[in-house]
Design a protein around this ligand. Structure first.
Ligand SMILES: [Zn+2]
Ligand SMILES: [Zn+2]
Length: 235
């Protein structure tokens, strides 16, 4: 029944490649990306910042992470934001849950290819919580969809709702890099994470302020180690 409904929806809203936006032929509907994009996935690779995953010519920490030193132990991102700019906009604002599942599958592919040791070391993953206002207008948290999809592909345990917000804040996108850090002071709280190694998942890393604030809360509640995994990282 589900596949019948899905088939009907696919005719009404033809599936497109989440990376380049091209309409997909039927045999690629399930994968969610076109042959061209699928044959050379534009993953971030080579020498990267150990906190955010940005590609670096030299050294192991990028300018942003040097300036706003992350409290999480390590981090990776699957894509450069520029590659996904339009895809992420569709995913976040058009309520395209299916795109999120495809992005999650790509993140899983990245994790399996690039950080297989993480799969052994990490106890569970959790999502960066969305503020209630955004959840109301958008209807879903994109990080939650990514987590579910990554978990389904890799077997990594996903515990939903470990982190919660204690109050509403000004949207980070409206603030300068410096203001972003203070805006989130003590905004997050967490359930008990006693001695666990946690993978914190979000869609976009910009200055890392949100991930930092979340990591602080996880450490305050006993996390042994926090690693970060984002769908994309901005320049
Ligand atoms: Zn494509
Ligand atoms: Zn960095």
């Amino acid at each position: 029944m589900k596949s019948f409904v899905q088939g009907f929806l696919n005719v009404l809203y033809p599936p497109y490649c989440v990376l380049c936006g091209e309409l997909l032929p039927m045999e690629e509907w399930d994968r969610g990306i076109c042959k061209d994009c699928g044959s050379s996935l534009p993953f971030l690779k080579g020498n990267r910042c150990k906190f955010c995953g940005r590609e670096l010519k030299h050294g192991d920490i990028c300018h942003t992470c040097l300036e706003y030193r992350p409290v999480f132990a390590e981090g990776i991102a699957a894509f450069d934001y520029e590659v996904l700019r339009e895809g992420i906009a569709r995913f976040k604002f058009d309520g395209a849950r299916k795109d999120g599942e495809v992005f999650g599958r790509l993140m899983a592919e990245f994790l399996l290819a690039d950080c297989e040791d993480w799969l052994q070391e990490i106890d569970f993953m959790t999502e960066v919580p969305l503020d209630t206002h955004k959840k109301k207008t958008r209807g879903f948290n994109q990080a939650e969809i990514l987590c579910k999809s990554i978990s389904a592909q890799t077997g990594l345990v996903y515990h939903e709702g470990i982190l919660t917000r204690t109050r509403e804040t000004i949207p980070q996108s409206k603030l300068s890099a410096k203001e972003r850090q203070t805006n989130l002071r003590n905004v997050f709280t967490a359930k008990d994470c006693g001695g666990k190694h946690i993978l914190l998942v979000d869609d976009i890393l910009t200055t890392g302020a949100t991930l930092n604030a979340c990591s602080r809360a996880l450490y305050r509640h006993g996390a042994k180690k926090v690693s970060v995994f984002c769908l994309s990282v901005t320049e």
